[in-house]
Design a protein around this ligand. Structure first.
Ligand code: COA
Length: 150
């Protein structure tokens, strides 16, 4: 399967809205509730217009939209999150896509430290980051904070 990262654009707004509002997914997010269309638009516009300092990629698997990766930048590190459409899970796609995203972030933004915050009940995500060599830095309430220096 050919995995490509495509920078998100205006044609991806509905796909990203769909992914954000899957109940089995958002129960593990910082805001564990669905978002309204208007809220989604307010969130996504500054990213698409490149006002917000984030990278937002669509994971393309054989030219089909399979998921998304988001990287939020702060001073010297980047926080990464990922989600796949159910049908594309269990195929190593998230690992391949994350490695590509991290390579890009390293090259383009000179980031050396990546973090991911994962809910303690989100086993799939914990397994993914652990497989990629992320270490547990600390646990803060229900959140496991992973870190990797690259
Ligand atoms: C996180 C995510 C991208 C990982 O996708 P993936 O790499 O294809 O992995 P899977 O979802 O198939 O699961 C990963 C592993 O967890 C295991 N797993 C999944 N759900 C599980 C559960 N409820 N209990 C135990 N193990 C579970 C899988 O069997 C798999 O194990 P393996 O690596 O030993 O084969 C995907 O699960 C997803 O989109 N989740 C919803 C969004 C999300 O929570 N993102 C994380 C925010 S940082």
């Amino acid at each position: 399967m050919k995995i490509i990262l495509k920078k998100a654009d205006f044609t991806d707004i509905e796909f990203l809205f769909y992914l954000r509002n899957i109940p089995q997914y958002y129960k593990y997010y910082t805001h564990p509730r669905p978002v309204e269309w208007e809220e989604h638009i307010n969130w996504i516009m500054p990213i698409l217009l490149e006002v917000d300092k984030r990278d937002l990629y669509i994971i393309m698997a054989d030219d089909i939209k399979a998921g998304q990766i988001r990287i939020d930048y702060t001073a010297d590190m980047a926080e990464i999150s990922v989600a796949l459409v159910e049908h594309f899970r269990g195929k190593n796609i998230a690992s391949m896509a994350l490695e590509k995203a991290i390579e890009k972030a390293k090259k383009e933004n000179k980031v050396k430290t990546f973090r991911a915050h994962v809910h303690q009940n989100n086993i799939a995500s914990q397994k993914l980051f652990e497989k990629l060599g992320y270490q547990i830095e600390m646990q803060d309430g229900a959140w496991i904070k992973y870190v990797k220096n690259v």
